[in-house]
Each structure stands twice: as structure tokens, then as C-alpha cells.
Design a protein around this ligand. Structure first.
Ligand SMILES: *[C@@H]1O[C@H](CO)[C@@H](O)[C@H](O)[C@H]1NC(C)=O
Length: 400
């Protein structure tokens, strides 16, 4: 009995210094000076009550984005007839929860209504259609949105303009025309250009900077660039590369945000790929924290149950910080770590980590920074002096 109590006391003494009050993702983001940490959502999944409860947990989410219900095919399914019912459900939810709403998106080459894609347009008639659409949608949501993604995915991977109905008919000036229409309808909302694969720098990022300058040089408002952040685990650039790319945009006088982040994994997942995904999320959010002018971080839904990834990337999934049963994955702790919450260790989980290390038979020691414990770990659980095995999550402990 005495021995048992002293063991418990020793464990408690070793973990208590690491124990911090539970902090959510948005709370951590606000503490680091961001405006929000948020999630996309969509109308069909709102009938899932446990899902809705967590989406409305403002400790984690201070912002939401409608995944589909503000897109052109939903908001103007027939020319000149507008439908805001679905978008309003998400806007009202954000309002009721006290969450920011990122509005998404006014101009995109996908999810366009057939009257538009199959119509015959001249430069002048298409400009009128575009202006009428943007004026009506932005006016309807005036005062509700923190940002509007005005133009979405206008670029090819090599940085040239994507061929879409707007570019083919109007030319590149469709972009400043769209921003001007949005600014006229709501001068207070921040207007964004939004795209993917900008995070790697290179030609596509250069193309996006050229768009910022095109709009600015026309004397038209553009406030921000959205980095969508759709990745495969292990392909996320290092944190300092990410910071450099973000800064190449803020140097132009616009703010930046991560707007649609997910980090897909080839299925089935393993402890290794989940740990890699955690590191990737950590680097992404930390690059935002370290960039003055990076205002927020949005994941493209929060649970694997409603991720778009498996339907689009065959053989991939598990792209979000919560699994399909709403259980937090290592990525959740990676995000917290990237926002300066160095340990979410609780006495309970640390005790199990400590227990694991005391039952091992391995005699080799693990070096500074090495893994030393975690589900499925078969290597050494004893750290070289003076380092100690520090719990990060159920899959990963490290010699620190
Ligand atoms: C279409 O009209 C706009 C506005 O006048 C102009 O800036 C643009 O160059 C025109 N595009 C073409 C292809 O003529």
C-alpha cells in the first residue's frame, strides 16, 4: 500500500507541472492574436445533433463557412430569381452562436447553374449578369459576413488564368469587375481572392499576387487572400516556407487566412501517418500565428464523417482533426501546439503514458527529440539523460 501511494505521488508530481487548463482551438487562436479558428459546414449535416453541438462549441470554433449554400447554383438557380434559404440557415446559426461567418463564394467555375453555363453571352451581357448576381447576394448578406470569397480558383497551376466562362467572355477584367460589384454592395466586408496550392509559392502564388495587384491597380478594393490549404499528409511545406509565402502577400498590403484546410491520409491510417498529419496541421497553424496579417484558420469541416475528401480522392480520407466518431485525433493536439498550447496533458492520460514506459523491457535509450511512447510504439521508452519522455498524445510521446 505504501509503495502504491508513493508510486501515485511520483506520477502526480511528474505530470502536474505539464497540466494546463483545457483550452479549445478558438480560445488558443484568440490568445495568439488571430480573429478566429473556424470550420466549414453544410446544411444536410446540421440534422446530426451531436455534430451540431460540437460545431456550436465556441471554445473550438469562433467562425463557420457555408461549404455550398452560398454558391451560384444555390443562390441564383434561375436567372434573376434568388434563393437564400439554405445560406440563411448557416448565417443564422453563426449569428445565434456568436461565430463569425466567412461567406463563400461569389464567382467560381464550378457549381454554376445551367442557364448560365449554357447561355449565349456577349461581354456586356455577361458583365451585367455577373454584377447582378454579386449585387444581390452581397446585399442580402450585408452585415453578416466578416469576409467574402469574391473570386475562387481563377488560376491554373502554372499561374495563368483558368479558362472559364467569365475569362473566355470578359477577359481578366472580370476579376476587378467582380470585386468592384462586391465593394459597392457592402463596403464593410473584407473581400478575398481564394485559391489552393498557393502554399507552395512558385508560379501559382505569383499569379495570385498578380491578381491582387490587378485589382489594386484598378483602384478597386481587395482586402485578403485565402489559402485553401487542401493537402496530403507529408506534403505540407515547412513552417518557415509557409511563413515566407504568406508574407509575400501581406507585403502587398492584403491580409491572409487559411480558409479550407484538410490534410488527407492514404487509408488505412497508421500511427505514423496520423503523427505526420498532426505535424502538418501544427506547421500550418503556426505559420499563421507567426505571420502578422494572417487573421484566421478554417478547417474544411471538423469531422471525417462529413469530409469531402473520400468522395474526391480515391483511397484517401481521415483528413480532419476529429475522426468519424467525433473522437479527437493527434491533429487536434498538433493544432493546439501550433498555437502555443504546449501540453494538453491530463493526469489520466499521462498516467497511462507513464505506465506504458514502466512496463517496457527495452534497454536502449531514445535520443533528445525522439519518439519514446505512443499506441503501437515498440522502440525505446527510456530517454537519454537529462531528457524525459513527454506525453504529446495517445500516439506520440517525445524525449524533451
Ligand atoms: C469587356 O468589357 C470590359 C469592360 O468594358 C473590358 O474591360 C474588357 O476588356 C472587355 N473584354 C473583351 C474581351 O472585350
Amino acid at each position: 500500500m505504501v509503495q502504491l501511494f508513493s508510486l501515485i505521488a511520483a506520477i502526480a508530481a511528474s505530470v502536474l507541472p505539464n497540466t494546463v487548463a483545457a483550452v479549445g482551438l478558438d480560445e488558443a487562436a484568440l490568445a495568439k492574436g488571430l480573429l478566429y479558428f473556424g470550420s466549414a459546414t453544410d446544411n444536410p449535416e446540421l440534422t446530426d445533433v451531436p455534430y451540431l453541438t460540437q460545431l456550436s462549441n465556441i471554445a473550438d470554433f469562433g467562425q463557420i463557412t457555408p461549404g455550398n449554400s452560398q454558391k451560384w447554383d444555390t443562390t441564383e438557380p434561375t436567372q434573376g430569381t434568388f434563393s437564400f434559404t439554405k445560406g440563411d440557415v448557416i448565417a443564422d446559426l453563426a449569428d445565434a452562436n456568436g461565430q463569425y461567418l466567412r461567406c463563400h463564394t461569389l464567382l467560381w467555375h464550378q457549381q454554376l447553374p445551367s442557364w448560365l453555363t449554357s447561355g449565349t453571352w456577349t461581354n456586356a451581357t455577361l458583365i451585367a449578369v455577373l454584377q447582378n448576381h454579386i449585387t444581390n447576394v452581397v446585399t442580402h448578406y450585408k452585415g453578416s459576413c466578416i469576409h467574402w470569397d469574391v473570386v475562387n480558383e481563377a488560376l491554373n497551376e502554372d499561374g495563368t488564368y483558368r479558362t472559364n466562362i467569365f475569362y473566355e467572355t470578359i477577359g481578366e477584367s472580370y476579376i476587378p469587375i467582380a470585386f468592384a460589384a462586391a465593394a459597392a454592395a457592402d463596403p464593410d466586408v473584407k473581400l478575398y481572392y481564394n485559391d489552393y496550392n498557393l502554399e507552395y509559392g512558385g508560379n501559382k502564388a505569383a499569379g495570385a499576387r498578380a491578381i491582387v495587384q490587378l485589382v489594386m491597380n484598378a483602384g478597386i478594393q481587395i482586402d485578403g487572400v485565402g489559402f485553401q490549404g487542401h493537402f496530403e499528409a507529408g506534403t505540407v511545406p515547412g513552417k518557415s516556407s509557409l511563413v515566407s509565402v504568406l508574407q509575400s502577400f501581406t507585403a502587398l498590403g492584403v491580409e491572409v487566412a487559411y480558409t479550407e484546410v484538410d490534410v488527407r491520409i492514404q487509408l488505412p491510417t497508421s500511427a505514423t501517418t496520423l503523427a505526420q498529419q498532426s505535424t502538418d496541421f501544427q506547421n500550418l497553424v503556426q505559420s499563421c500565428v507567426e505571420t502578422i496579417g494572417c487573421v484566421g484558420f478554417t478547417i474544411w469541416d471538423w469531422t471525417d464523417k462529413y469530409s469531402w475528401v473520400p468522395s474526391v480522392f480515391s483511397g484517401y480520407g481521415a483528413a480532419l482533426p476529429w475522426d468519424e466518431n467525433f473522437v479527437k485525433k493527434p491533429a487536434y493536439d498538433g493544432l493546439l501546439k501550433g498555437m502555443g498550447v504546449t501540453s494538453t496533458t491530463t493526469a489520466t492520460t499521462s498516467t497511462s503514458a507513464t505506465t506504458t514506459s514502466t512496463t517496457t523491457t527495452s534497454t536502449a535509450t531514445a535520443a533528445h527529440w525522439s519518439q519514446c511512447s505512443g499506441n503501437g510504439w515498440t522502440g525505446s521508452t527510456v530517454c537519454a539523460s537529462p531528457w524525459s519522455c513527454t506525453y504529446q498524445n495517445d500516439w506520440y510521446s517525445q524525449c524533451l
